[in-house]
Design a protein around this ligand. Structure first.
Ligand SMILES: NC(=O)C1=CN([C@@H]2O[C@H](COP(=O)(O)OP(=O)(O)OC[C@H]3O[C@@H](n4cnc5c(N)ncnc54)[C@H](OP(=O)(O)O)[C@@H]3O)[C@@H](O)[C@H]2O)[C@@H](O)CC1
Ligand SMILES: [K+]
Length: 503
């Protein structure tokens, strides 16, 4: 799990290191430039003289990095050239200093982008100081750079990417590689910024957080699954967790099947599906391991379970609404974790008073459409700030919010949020969310010894999202992104756990 920062937090870390710790700004800039040069030279593989590098520099400190990069490459024998964008009167002190040093070393400066063919283009126009939409000359410049051939490397952020939200502010540089400093910026984790950045390398340049400053935003990748607990050798099907899936409606049992499959893939002991009688035979045929409950003795079903999944395929009938209300109310009273998914969320949107039944043990799993119904905000608005939207819903409801998208964000009501870097486009397939609901429930059951008040529901949910994404990546390797189906994701989850736990 790695810390992720907003632009404002990054600027705070910069000034803490410079002003409070006394590390001169030019030292940090030199280290930043050296790190970028190191990454560039890995690709040059010793053939420096063949390289023609264009460093396109803005008037801020990102531009200063670019000028320093050009100067170091020049010293190393590459043919590096500087192109200075923007108004010289707006240059920061650091940028002016870098221009002076580069002039002392006689690093070439060009006024025409097309005077040469370049093997590499370095974008140092804007970094964390980008504050508004890009227009006019800068827009034309970035459009031209995108048209040019050559390997494209962005310094800190691709110019035009909003470092907080990943949004493209009018236009953005299309990078193959982004070398970002100290921490990954949130905009490099969220689309479209994540795509525009290409490969991302986080370079240590000696900028750190203030001691005691609590990070609130994290990225998670497959290696973080090492945090999953081991399966206890002396456990039994009772201690490995009992999941109640309130799922399916008359003649609709696919979602129930997939949700239960997701839960089984995580290694839970038992799954019971509460569903209409018509679904009994098909479900027993497809998944004989699951118990099926078709009675109206909801109390008994509730008492049996450790964790609930409510919603996959239940429909929007009055009967479904009664069931959802009953289980939500009981779960709050008895502090049992709940994953509220699909129609469970749509029913919640229709019954705003139910928000009183939510607490920090409830995980809401809306996709963009469901989120729009829940919040009244348009999908466009939600997509412009996914992390902000997930955090706002978590803060408003007091529940955990898993906002599902190409890049899923999990937010806890205390302000922490996790961005999953696992998963692929093949997971945008029917039933993928149903599998996730079961995986999330299974994750909550993986910590049976932890007292309920100490359970970190948000973090476990974020691990579940990561595991589901890693399962999807596994499925894509086996079946291909086009051919994979939701059931393959559940199989992938089981395979990933096998890898992690050596069995
Ligand atoms: N602090 C340090 O020592 C270190 C900093 N480091 C590096 O510095 C970077 C941050 O530098 P920064 O704060 O100077 O901001 P930066 O991204 O260069 O841009 C600012 C300029 O852009 C302009 N501008 C903004 N939006 C615009 C728009 N849409 N269209 C047009 N103009 C626009 C804005 O103009 P203004 O808003 O003032 O008109 C201002 O002139 C950081 O990402 C990292 O690379 C590293 O070397 C490590 C040490
Ligand atoms: K840049």
């Amino acid at each position: 799990m790695k810390q992720v920062v907003t632009c404002q937090e990054m600027k705070f870390c910069d000034s803490y290191t410079i002003e409070r710790m006394g590390v001169p700004s030019c030292v940090l800039m030199e280290r930043a430039a050296l790190k970028v040069v190191e990454e560039l030279e890995k690709r040059f593989a010793g053939e420096y003289k063949k390289q023609k590098i264009l460093c396109v520099c803005g008037s801020g400190n990102n531009g200063g990095d670019g000028v320093a990069i050009a100067r170091i490459l020049h010293q190393h024998g590459c043919q590096s050239t500087i192109y200075l964008a923007g108004n010289p009167d707006h240059r920061t002190e650091e940028m002016q200093r870098q221009c002076q040093i580069a002039a002392n070393y006689q690093v070439p400066v060009v006024n025409n982008l097309h005077s040469e063919e370049y093997t590499t283009i370095v974008d140092a126009i804007f970094g964390v100081g980008l504050t508004r939409e890009i227009k006019g000359e800068y827009r034309d410049l970035i459009a031209e750079l995108n048209e040019m051939s050559g390997w494209k490397v962005a310094v800190d952020l691709p110019s035009g990417v909003d470092g907080d939200t990943g949004a493209e502010l009018g236009i953005a540089f299309h990078a193959d590689l982004t070398v970002t400093f100290a921490f990954r910026k949130a905009g490099l984790c969220l689309y479209p910024g994540r795509k525009l950045a290409g490969q991302v390398i986080v370079a240590d340049v000696g900028i750190y957080r203030e001691d005691g400053a609590e990070p609130k935003l994290f990225s998670m990748e497959k290696s973080d699954l090492r945090e999953l607990p081991e399966k206890e050798a002396d456990g039994n099907k009772g201690t490995f967790g009992k999941i109640l899936a309130v799922a399916g409606s008359s003649g609709m049992c696919g979602a129930a099947f997939l949700s239960a499959s997701g839960a089984f893939a995580t290694g839970v002991g038992m799954v019971k599906i509460v569903t209409p009688e018509e679904n009994r035979i098909p479900l027993q045929t497809m998944l004989p391991e699951a118990m099926i409950s078709c009675t109206d003795d909801l109390e008994k079903d509730f008492d049996w379970c450790d964790v609930l999944v409510i919603g996959p395929g239940i429909g929007m009938t009055v009967k479904a609404a009664d069931k959802v209300q009953f289980f939500l109310k009981k779960a709050k009273q008895e502090k049992k974790p709940v994953v509220l998914d699909a129609d469970g969320l749509n029913l919640l949107a229709e019954n705003p008073k139910w928000k009183n039944y939510l607490d920090s043990h409830v995980i809401l799993t809306p996709h963009m459409g469901e989120m729009s119904r829940l919040t009244g905000k348009s999908i466009r608005e939600l997509k412009s700030d996914r992390a902000g939207a997930a955090r706002a819903l978590a803060a408003e409801t007091g529940a955990v919010c898993v906002l599902k998208d190409a890049c899923t964000v999990t937010a806890a009501p205390d302000g922490r949020a996790w961005i999953s870097l696992s998963g692929n486009a093949g997971m945008a397939t029917a039933g993928s969310g149903d599998v996730l609901s079961g995986v999330l429930a299974g994750m909550q059951a993986m910590y049976p010894e932890t007292p309920v008040e100490e359970k970190d529901t948000g973090f476990y949910a974020a691990l579940g999202v990561l595991l589901h994404g890693a399962g999807g990546d596994q499925a894509a390797v086996r079946k291909g992104m086009a051919g994979m189906k939701a059931g393959d994701i559940a199989c992938g989850v089981a395979e990933i756990l096998k890898e992690q736990q050596n069995f």
